[in-house]
Design a protein around this ligand. Structure first.
Ligand code: GLV
Length: 306
């Protein structure tokens, strides 16, 4: 029984080393290497080519290396086996710290201090306290909920919004479209953890930006497709949004001519707020694979929208 590996072609040496460590008695092969399709029983993939999974007659399950499922949604040809998402507490924590970093940056006016430094200006001011800053995390899945908890536990007045009701300890949960429009005008910082799917495409557009508090900040760590990028640029240019930290974009890598690169109010990072770690992710997949073989369904099975 062989495991097929394809992390979109990246860092396969590290993933193979992790597989050898956590599943020493299994053979693992890189996608495209020399193997017999009938020996493949499991596939560990990220952005694997559409249709290829149908080439393995003995495939039993697929383990995705990411939490987002947009590339799976886009598949035209889907294998008739269970597919599991990656929910790694290490990735969730990493994303929470990335978010906390920018929230502190905006709260404490780090850009103001930077500008002062350039002028050798020693000028102190009273910083806003964490408890005076209201943050809303849009999207309360396993990772979005964790991020909201970390922000709340660091003193920020934190709200977690999702379409259907979710409850995470220490987070003030709100749900439904109307309540979002009601709460946005009070939020100092809005964080997008919205998944990308048919109902969220361009969800964060001029109407949502107009409903936000004037001068608030925006952080996007989920998917570029949930944002209307032209509307976001317009909101930044008009001062409706004062600053943005953007980790994800419609087109990745972000094209060289994108206005975001040089926008003075924008911080760009290359989709790495919480990159999948080869060792922690393969540890989780190894545990799930063993469970699956004992007939126990692992958590976070991907459900395909029809
Ligand atoms: C990364 O973007 C993921 O979805 O895991």
């Amino acid at each position: 029984m062989t495991i097929l590996l394809n992390n979109d072609g990246h860092w396969h040496d590290k993933y193979l080393a992790a597989l050898a460590h956590y599943l020493p008695d299994r053979k693992a092969v890189e996608f495209g290497a020399d193997y017999d399709p009938s020996e493949i029983k499991y596939a560990i993939i990220w952005k694997h080519p559409d249709g290829d999974l149908l080439n393995y007659p003995n495939l039993k399950a697929v383990f995705s290396l990411g939490s987002g499922t947009d590339y799976l949604d886009a598949y035209q040809a889907f294998p008739d086996v269970p597919v599991f998402r990656m929910i790694d507490p290490n990735m969730a924590e990493d994303m929470a710290l990335y978010t906390l970093y920018w929230i502190i940056h905006f709260q404490r006016g780090m850009e103001v201090l930077r500008a002062q430094q350039k002028k050798a200006q020693w000028k102190r001011y009273v910083t806003t306290l964490a408890q005076e800053v209201k943050v809303c995390v849009l999207g309360q899945g396993a990772i979005g909920g964790h991020i909201a908890q970390v922000l709340s536990r660091n003193g920020y007045e934190t709200y977690g919004w999702s379409r259907s009701e979710k409850n995470f300890e220490d987070v003030q949960s709100i749900s439904g479209e109307d309540s979002l429009l009601q709460i946005l005008p009070e939020m100092d910082i809005v964080v997008s953890m919205l998944p990308s799917n048919r109902s969220t495409r361009y969800y964060l557009n001029k109407d949502i930006f107009a409903a936000m508090k004037r001068g608030s900040a925006f952080i996007n760590i989920s998917r570029g497709a949930v944002v209307d990028e032209d509307d976001l640029l317009a909101a930044l240019d008009s001062g409706q949004i004062s600053a943005a930290a953007l980790d994800v974009f419609h087109q990745e890598p972000l094209p060289k001519n994108s206005a975001f690169w040089s926008h003075p109010k924008v911080h760009v990072t290359p989709h790495m707020s919480g990159a999948t770690n080869p060792f922690t992710s393969i540890k989780i997949i190894a545990e799930n694979l063993k469970k699956f073989e004992k007939g126990i369904m692992p958590d976070y099975q991907y459900v395909r929208e029809v």
